[in-house]
Each structure stands twice: as C-alpha cells, then as structure tokens.
Design a protein around this ligand. Structure first.
Ligand SMILES: Cc1cc2nc3c(=O)[nH]c(=O)nc-3n(C[C@H](O)[C@H](O)[C@H](O)COP(=O)(O)OP(=O)(O)OC[C@H]3O[C@@H](n4cnc5c(N)ncnc54)[C@H](O)[C@@H]3O)c2cc1C
Length: 235
C-alpha cells in the first residue's frame, strides 16, 4: 500500500552550519503525521516537470504535533538540495511516510548511547527528545562527530539539555580542529574513553554508509555485541 501523501508548508528555516539547514514543515493536509522517533519521510521534489523522491530522517520528536523537522546537508547540484535552498516561509512541500525500522528498542529499560556524524544526528535528536518527554531517568549519551568545530549541529540545544538533565551527557568530537578545546578525533575513539562496560547498553548509529560501517566495525572490535548495535545507513 502506498504511504499517505502529506501537504506541508515551510514554517521556519534554521541555518545550522555553512551547508546544513533545518526545515520546519507544518502539516497542512492531513494535519497529523503519526511516527516513531527515528523514522524518516520521503520528500517529493519537483524537477523538470517530474517528481524525484528523497528520504530525510525526522529530526523533531513525535510529541511535537503538526510539524516535521528535517535537516539537509547541501549537495552541489543535488535535486533536493537545489529545491530546498530556494524555499521560503510559506512554500509548499509534499512528503509521504513515515518509513523505517530505526526506532528505539522496547522496553526502554536500558542505557541508550547515540552516535552520529553530521546530519546523521537528526533521528537521534528525535529519539533523545522523545526519551526526555517520557521522563527517562537512565543515563542517555550522545557522541556527535563533526569535521569542523563550526559544524556541530544543534550545539546550543544539546548543551542546554545537558545542563538541565543530569542524566544527559553530550560529547561533541571534532576531527579537524582549529581552536577547539573539546574531544578530538573520531566518534568511536572518543566513545571508548567514556564507555568501558557495555552491559545493558543499546547503541544507535546514524549517518552516511561508510561512516556507519566503520563505527559499527570498531564497536564490534571493542566487544560490543552485534545485537546491541542499531543503525540507519544513508547511501
Ligand atoms: C533513510 C535515509 C534518510 C536520510 N536522511 C537524510 C537527512 O536527514 N539529511 C540529509 O541531508 N540527507 C539524508 N539522506 C540522504 C538524502 O536522501 C539524499 O540522498 C541527499 O540529500 C542528496 O539528495 P539530493 O537530491 O540533494 O542530491 P542528488 O541529486 O541525489 O545527488 C547529486 C549528486 O551528488 C552526489 N551526492 C549525493 N549525496 C552526496 C553527499 N552526501 N556528499 C557528496 N556527494 C553526494 C550524488 O552521487 C550525485 O552525483 C537520507 C537517506 C536515507 C536513505
């Protein structure tokens, strides 16, 4: 059965870094899109009189009713990138969904560890906000890798959350630092400094195929069981 199409309008556009924007889409018809944190939508992109479809993870949590936020990294000449970068507040966008099985394992009795690079943080942001909406009391950790310090998306938001929630640990990691004072290197290496016992942990990884493959490979080498690793690969 084809997924239901949704008509939305652009509610807000946030510039997150030099090449990443977050598009807040307000649902116009139907006005409610039920989804689970971690799922993605398919955006219908008009191109030369036809429609091309692209997948985008939902960055907002399910309890924010009536809106869907997606974060796009600009790709030169990309169909969706070209379309989104000319949108303004009020512009129409059609999407369908939700899709995907990259969702939180139930019951939520374990300690989730989130690992992402770049826009791969989008579905993890949805999961993290969902967990705190449910008043999670267990440790919740985010290891977020970026190439440059100005590329740490949602930096202020995650730092604020960490200051408000004693059980949320936010560890940004930069691989090509200039004046960065924090962790340096790759997410899987920094992770190893913080987590040595994998008991009762479930690890969620999202990002481009090669990065996810490399992180999952290293985690298994550290002794993390394959069943504890959950991932969404973008290709
Ligand atoms: C389940 C899923 C969820 C996804 N979620 C997100 C998300 O939240 N945010 C996001 O930004 N993307 C996400 N993607 C990727 C997204 O679907 C598109 O592939 C991406 O945005 C490029 O689309 P485009 O139309 O702009 O470029 P295209 O027209 O598809 O590509 C134009 C050219 O750029 C190349 N190209 C495509 N991507 C890249 C890249 N990253 N780096 C360098 N060259 C590239 C292509 O090979 C092609 O030559 C997701 C993919 C999947 C499968």
């Amino acid at each position: 059965m084809a997924a239901q199409p949704y008509r939305t309008v652009v509610d807000r556009i946030d510039i997150l870094s030099y090449n990443v924007r977050c598009f807040r889409l307000r649902l116009a018809e139907p006005t409610h899109l039920p989804f689970e944190a971690g799922q993605f939508v398919i955006v219908h992109v008009p191109k030369n009189g036809a429609v091309v479809k692209r997948a985008y993870s939902i960055a907002s949590p399910p309890h924010e009713e009536g809106v869907v936020e997606i974060c796009l990294q600009h790709v030169d000449g990309g169909a969706a990138s070209t379309f989104f970068w000319q949108l303004k507040t009020g512009s129409p966008v059609t999407l369908s969904g939700p899709h995907g099985r990259f969702v939180l394992k139930q019951p939520l009795t374990y300690e989730p560890i989130f690992m992402a690079t770049g826009t791969g943080v989008a579905p993890l942001r949805s999961m993290i906000h969902h967990l705190f909406h449910l008043h999670a009391t267990q440790p919740v950790r985010l290891f977020f890798g970026c190439r440059y310090e100005h590329g740490t998306l949602f930096e202020a938001e995650f730092r604020t959350l960490a200051s408000l929630r004693h059980n949320f640990q936010y560890v940004p990691i930069v691989s090509r630092p200039k004046e960065w004072q924090g962790e340096v290197g790759h997410v899987q290496d920094a992770f190893r400094k913080y987590i040595t016992d994998f008991t009762n942990k479930e690890i969620y990884i999202c990002g481009w195929l090669e990065v996810v493959k490399a992180v999952a490979h290293d985690l298994r080498a550290y002794g993390v069981q394959p069943g504890q690793i959950h991932y969404e690969e973008w290709s």
